[in-house]
Design a protein around this ligand. Structure first.
Ligand SMILES: *Cc1c(COP(=O)(O)O)cnc(C)c1O
Length: 371
């Protein structure tokens, strides 16, 4: 029987494993495990990579959002514009602060529709823009609208490490960019980790205090809303090994996405479209009118799929105090999105197996012919 095709897998790489082991030994030899030289070095390297002046390492991506929002001055009762199709992470961060989401609909790209932001009635103090699936949102237009409305812009870059437009990278457009280094992200640690990048030195200083109890110096508490959300030395050392490989890992993901687009071109699926480096293929997500039937068919053929995300934030069972207008694109997308297997080093023959099952499924419905 044929192997299952997983949605994501780590392709083993002996050279990488050795480098990671050497990094771990470097840390144990030093005997400093939290916020030390490795964290400081990674912060410099990642800020350089993103094109920002500063980087503040934190414990995970959700904390990065919460701490960046707090550092930007968002407080209890404030309103923050965001999308409802991006997995609830921003809502979790807003919930911790006691701030309230104002949901904005998405457009064809499944990222925030600038026109919907422009038309939004409720005035928000900030906007969190998610570069969903590894695709840069219309961040330049959103920043322009936000500037006119005096809203701060925070980018959620947890799926978009290295995505760029006109040479400018995710995280460098807004006031701050928030990253997760969860293991399956484009840049992944060997556990939880996150970071905030910014060129605003005051925001960086506040975030640095907030990640460690609100300390200005040891045991001297200056900032309210402080937390323990530190990045540890081992994860920083692992991230330093993996950062120089990010470009080639992203290229490997994009190669998979291109092969899908070529193979699925004349089916009735809605495929992602992108220009240049604005998409780093964190996830390969298509839209299908008969999503659940297609998913069942793929499963029968031993191909795993996922749904990112099945329930929009405003329809989650947990009570989320929010401003909700109609979100027709968001609701439609949640019923139609399907994530096909995509990871760096995914074999071309596995991609082709997925393509062939999708084509046969559509041919059976009287669509395209099977090849
Ligand atoms: C993964 C992710 C997060 C949260 O990151 P964690 O490190 O898991 O807390 C936030 N936003 C988006 C879009 C994500 O994909």
């Amino acid at each position: 029987m044929m192997d299952r095709v997983p949605v994501f897998a780590f392709v083993r790489d002996a050279e990488l494993d050795q480098s990671l082991a050497a990094a771990a030994l470097r840390v144990t030899a030093r005997g400093q495990y939290v916020l030390g030289e490795e964290v400081a070095a990674f912060e410099r390297e990642f800020a350089d990579f993103c094109g920002t002046a500063q980087c503040v390492g934190v414990a995970n991506g959700t904390d990065a959002l919460e701490i960046a929002l707090r550092a930007a001055g968002i407080d209890r009762g404030d309103r923050v514009a965001t999308v409802a199709n991006a997995g609830y992470y921003t809502c979790a961060a807003l919930g911790a602060i006691g701030a309230e989401p104002v949901f904005i609909d998405v457009d064809e790209t499944l990222t925030m529709a600038p026109d919907a932001l422009q038309a939004a009635q409720a005035d928000a103090k900030a906007v969190v823009v998610t570069h969903l699936y590894g695709r840069l949102a219309a961040i330049e237009r959103i920043c322009a609208i936000a500037a006119r409305r005096r809203m701060l812009v925070i980018e959620d870059c947890a799926q978009a490490h290295g995505a760029a437009r006109s040479g400018k990278r995710a995280g460098s457009f807004g006031l701050a960019g928030c990253f997760s280094f969860y293991p399956t992200k484009n840049l992944g640690a060997l556990g939880d980790a996150g970071a905030i990048v910014t060129s605003n030195l005051e925001l960086a200083a506040r975030a640095t205090a907030l990640r460690q109890y609100g300390w200005n110096a040891k045991y001297d508490v200056e900032q309210a809303g402080g937390r323990n959300s530190r990045l540890d030395e081992l994860q920083a050392a692992f991230l330093r090994v993996k950062l120089p490989r990010l470009a080639s890992m992203n290229a490997a993901r994009v190669a998979v996405a291109r092969r899908y687009c070529e193979g699925l071109r004349d089916t009735d699926l809605v495929l992602p479209q992108w220009y240049g480096d604005e998409y780093v293929a964190h996830l390969f997500v298509v839209r299908a009118k008969d999503r659940d039937a297609l998913r069942a068919r793929l499963n029968d053929e031993r191909i795993d799929t996922a749904i990112h995300y099945p329930i929009p934030d405003h329809r989650q069972r947990v009570r989320t105090p929010c401003r909700t207008s109609d979100l027709p694109m968001t609701d439609a997308a949640c019923d139609q999105v399907l994530t096909l297997p995509c990871y760096p080093g995914m074999p071309a023959k596995s991609v082709d197996r997925v393509v062939n099952v999708v084509r046969r499924h559509h041919a059976a419905k009287g669509g395209v012919r099977a090849r």
